[in-house]
Design a protein around this ligand. Sequence first.
Ligand code: PLP
Length: 375
Amino acid sequence: MSETAKSRAAALPHLRRSGLAMGDSIPLPLTMAAIFHAPGDATGFNQYGRFSNPTWDAVEHMLAHLEDAPCVAFPSGMAAISAAFFAVLKAGDRILLPSDGYHTTRALAERFLKPLGITYDVRPTSTFLDGGFDGYRLAFVETPANPGLDICDIAAVADAVHKTGAILVVDNTTMTPFGQRPLDHGADIVVAADTKAPNGHSDVLFGHVASRNADIIAAVTGWREVSGSIPGPFEAWLVHRGLETLDVRFDRMCSSAEVIARRLQGHKAISGLRYPGLEGDPSHNLARAQMERFGFLISFELASEDKAEDFINNCDLMQAATSFGGVHTSAERRLKRGDAVSAGFVRLSVGCEPVEELWKAIETSLDGISGSRLG
Ligand SMILES: *Cc1c(COP(=O)(O)O)cnc(C)c1O
């Protein structure tokens, strides 16, 4: 981890320190309130729960510290992505999306932007620069893309996008601000699902938009206030608590994923293994240059749907579940969600379990599907 990342991580649990009065609770108080005491001209004070909430302020302070940019919190990752689109796009705009990224972002464009006169094209992440960006108002990348784990050069895309006068949005969900810093590479907006590793305990949906452009932050904040796409205070409180341990969890998860990916390389049941941290991976050289860590997601193919289901369901230290980034190792056959992958394609999210125990459980389950039984 770089020195700046270390000092960012060190300061994170102490952000509220300077604001404490004698006798205040050190942990964040939870403010469940729709209305606030606001006689006369209450400009600048909390007035109504759709406009502001002290628990949002605290979690946004943490997120802003991590992103090194103002942040606006949302009730889910998709709410954050919707906010970024609705805040900056208008009828007649054309946008570019990844063909291999999170499928709901494309569904949003197809079902709700297109009828409003905002058209879109798609392009694979690994060749996102090819074809240029003329005619686009906004380009959106997800790197590494979920679930195939291809990556693209954020700085190069940002340069090319800016030359045409467009803006670049990066979905940084798979990496978190500890793993990759798209704004530092020139992106205009970061969107993320804090549902995943930032909350980390698989009990909350949450998201945020980060930007160093004040007009964009104002527009996104206005969208939240007017659309009513607001996070619940309790969810904000839980994410605040989760962020206090993100550094430790993310470090463990990425370190374990590096070990497990390396060992999976040698297993005969597996093909099409992808992990940006492996020297032979198509993403590796760019990942080394662009990412702080290689992440905790690994993808690979098993021979069939049945073998993939057996591998996931028979592993004692693995949850069969969608989503990723929790303390529990989890895995899913992504064909179930409609991704363009084979029936045996598995996305593995490495959790916080001790790595040798986790590897033993994974290896045992893999041996079970590749052993003598039915070849
Ligand atoms: C999960 C996810 C989202 C959506 O987040 P929700 O909190 O489920 O709305 C967006 N982008 C990526 C890359 C994701 O993995």
